[in-house]
Design a protein around this ligand. Structure first.
Ligand SMILES: [Zn+2]
Length: 272
C-alpha cells in the first residue's frame, strides 16, 4: 500500500512536470541561457509552433553553402502562404531576419520568443494589423560553428557562439552587391518575391561603446529615396524610441561605431 502511494505521488509529479514541460521553450530558455540554439533547435521550435497554431507556416527560402534549408516563418491571421495573399490582405508586410552574423545570437533567440508571444501569447493582436515574416537563422552554416573561442570579448552565452562569416568565409552583410553567396541570392529572391514594406535586420554589438543597450540604424545608403530616409528619421524611429521609453522604461538611440577606447572626460568620440 505504501509503495502504491509512492507510485501515485510519482505519477502526480510526472503529470505536473509534463504540464510544465508543455510550454514550448527555446534552447536558450531550456539551458538557462547558457547555450544558444543550434540549427536543429530552431527548426524544432518553429515546427512545434506550427503544430500548435494554424497561424504559423514554415517554409524554405533558399539553401546555405553547406546545403542547409533556410527557414522562413510566416505569421498571419488568416493564414497565408503566398505573397499575393499578403498583398490582397492590405496589411503591411514586416520582414525580420536574424543571425546574419552568427556570433550575434540574441536576434535568433528573441525571434523564437517573440513568434511564440505573437501566435500563442500577449502579442496576438499584431496579426490583426500585420503580416510578419521571420528568417530566424539566416547564416545557418556560421551558426553551426559554435565554439567557446568565438567572440571571446562578448559576455556569454557560456556554451559559445557561431562565426560571423558563412561557410565560404564571406560576410553576408557585405554581399548585397556581388551576391556571391547562395544565402544572399536567396535573400534577394525573398525580397523580390514578398516585397516587404519594412525589413528589420538584427545584430549584436560588441567592441563599440554605446550609451544604450539597444540601438538602431536607419538606411544609410545615399541612393535611398530621401522621403523614405526622412520618414525613418523624423517619424518612425522617434515614435518607436518614445514608445520604448513610455511602455518599457527603456532608452534607445542611433547605433554608431566608435574606436575601441572610451574617450577621456571632455574629449569627443572619434567616429569611423
Ligand atoms: Zn552584425
Amino acid at each position: 500500500m505504501k509503495s502504491l502511494k509512492v507510485i501515485a505521488a510519482l505519477l502526480l509529479l510526472s503529470t505536473m512536470s509534463q504540464a510544465q514541460d508543455n510550454t514550448l521553450k527555446s534552447h536558450a530558455e531550456a539551458t538557462n541561457y547558457e547555450e544558444t540554439s543550434r540549427y536543429d533547435d530552431v527548426l524544432r521550435f518553429f515546427d512545434e509552433l506550427q503544430k500548435r497554431s494554424p497561424l504559423v507556416r514554415v517554409e524554405t527560402f533558399g539553401h546555405s553553402v553547406e546545403g542547409r534549408a533556410l527557414p522562413l516563418v510566416i505569421l498571419s491571421d488568416p493564414p497565408i502562404s503566398e505573397p499575393r495573399d499578403a498583398r490582397a490582405s492590405g496589411k503591411p508586410i514586416v520582414f525580420v531576419f536574424s543571425n546574419i552574423h552568427a556570433g550575434e545570437v540574441e536576434g535568433k533567440e528573441a525571434m523564437q520568443h517573440m513568434a511564440r508571444r505573437i501566435v500563442l501569447g500577449d502579442m496576438r493582436s499584431l496579426l490583426d494589423k500585420l503580416i510578419i515574416l521571420i528568417a530566424p537563422i539566416y547564416n545557418a552554416d556560421g551558426n553551426e560553428k559554435i565554439n567557446v573561442m568565438n567572440r571571446t570579448a562578448q559576455n556569454g552565452p557560456l556554451g559559445g557562439v557561431g562565426v560571423r562569416e558563412n561557410a565560404k568565409g564571406l560576410d553576408l552583410n557585405r554581399d548585397y552587391m556581388k551576391l556571391e553567396s547562395p544565402e544572399a541570392q536567396s535573400l534577394v529572391r525573398l525580397f523580390n518575391r514578398w516585397d516587404p514594406h519594412l525589413t528589420v535586420d538584427l545584430h549584436t554589438t560588441n567592441g563599440s561603446y554605446h550609451g544604450y543597450h539597444l540601438t538602431y540604424s536607419i538606411p544609410l545608403n545615399p541612393t535611398v529615396d530621401p522621403r523614405i530616409i526622412a520618414y525613418h528619421r523624423e517619424k518612425m524611429m522617434p515614435a518607436i524610441a518614445k514608445a520604448m521609453l513610455a511602455q518599457h522604461k527603456f532608452r534607445t538611440y542611433y547605433y554608431a561605431n566608435f574606436d575601441g577606447e572610451a574617450p577621456k572626460p571632455g574629449a569627443p568620440y572619434k567616429g569611423r
